[in-house]
Ligand binder design. Structure first.
Ligand SMILES: *[C@@H]1O[C@H](CO)[C@@H](O)[C@H](O)[C@H]1NC(C)=O
Ligand SMILES: *[C@@H]1O[C@H](CO)[C@@H](O)[C@H](O)[C@H]1NC(C)=O
Length: 221
């Protein structure tokens, strides 16, 4: 059985190598990462200046710098920022879920277990709210010139929904952060939870700021 598995693995590796060499011969450029678009990067840096955690903002969004040209559709950056926030919240939820199962199995239903459960519920809500705001923002996806003449109640309704949900997601993530206030005797596990929840809160705060910028400047409500 082990031999069979080994053989299969070997043939898989060979297949993979052949595939890569074929790909490489056919279209070598497809294997080289696209360089970031200079104007998109400048746009990311300028937009991130309006956020509270601007270094984190630049760091988490620069890998989307090859989405060119970001500045031509002002809705793209808040949309990307919300997706980043959503995916960090999903990762953190998965981490907390694993931790919670682990703590439950070892029967250590102490304060830590309760805090993890509480935090898990908060982040679970953040995941929901961020997912909803991403969909809501997609519903606002009108070409810019049409937007300028179509600022109606419906459009404002979408804006207000996004604001409400992203703000709620931020509040929930912050509630989790505050459950794990740092002190000198803080355990590694608690510090690890705090750092992840803080990251969710900060990228969400940034996404909210970018959305505010979009709603206030580009849409001119
Ligand atoms: C927690 O552990 C108990 C057994 O000790 C089990 O019945 C229960 O399903 C577990 N809950 C979770 C959420 O894993
Ligand atoms: C997360 O929320 C959904 C409802 O939005 C619920 O069905 C699910 O059980 C929750 N998961 C956790 C881990 O709390």
């Amino acid at each position: 059985m082990a031999q069979l598995l080994n053989l299969n693995l070997t043939s898989l590796v060979i297949m993979f190598i052949s595939l890569m060499s074929i790909l490489y011969q056919v279209e070598p450029s497809s294997l080289i990462p696209k360089p970031a678009d200079q104007s998109s990067m400048a746009y990311i840096r300028a937009s991130c200046k309006t956020t509270l955690y601007s270094n984190l903002c630049i760091q988490s969004l620069s890998k989307f710098g090859h989405y060119s040209p970001l500045e031509q559709n002002p809705q793209q950056l808040p949309q990307i920022a919300l997706s980043v926030s959503h995916s960090r919240a999903l990762q953190t939820r998965a981490y907390l879920l694993g931790l919670s199962i682990q703590l439950n199995n070892t029967m250590k239903k102490n304060d830590l277990y309760l805090d993890v459960q509480n935090c898990l519920n908060q982040i679970n809500d953040s995941v929901d709210q961020l997912g909803q705001s991403i969909q809501e923002l997609r519903r606002m996806n009108l070409p810019k010139d049409i937007v300028a003449v179509n600022i109606d109640d419906n459009f404002l309704w979408h804006i207000s929904n996004v604001e409400t949900w992203v703000s709620a997601a931020l509040t929930d993530a912050s509630t989790c952060v505050n459950l794990f206030n740092p002190d000198s005797r803080m355990s590694k596990v608690k510090a690890g939870i705090r750092v992840r929840a803080l990251n969710v809160a900060q990228v969400t705060s940034n996404a909210l700021a970018l959305f505010h910028g979009y709603a206030a400047n580009d849409v001119k409500v």
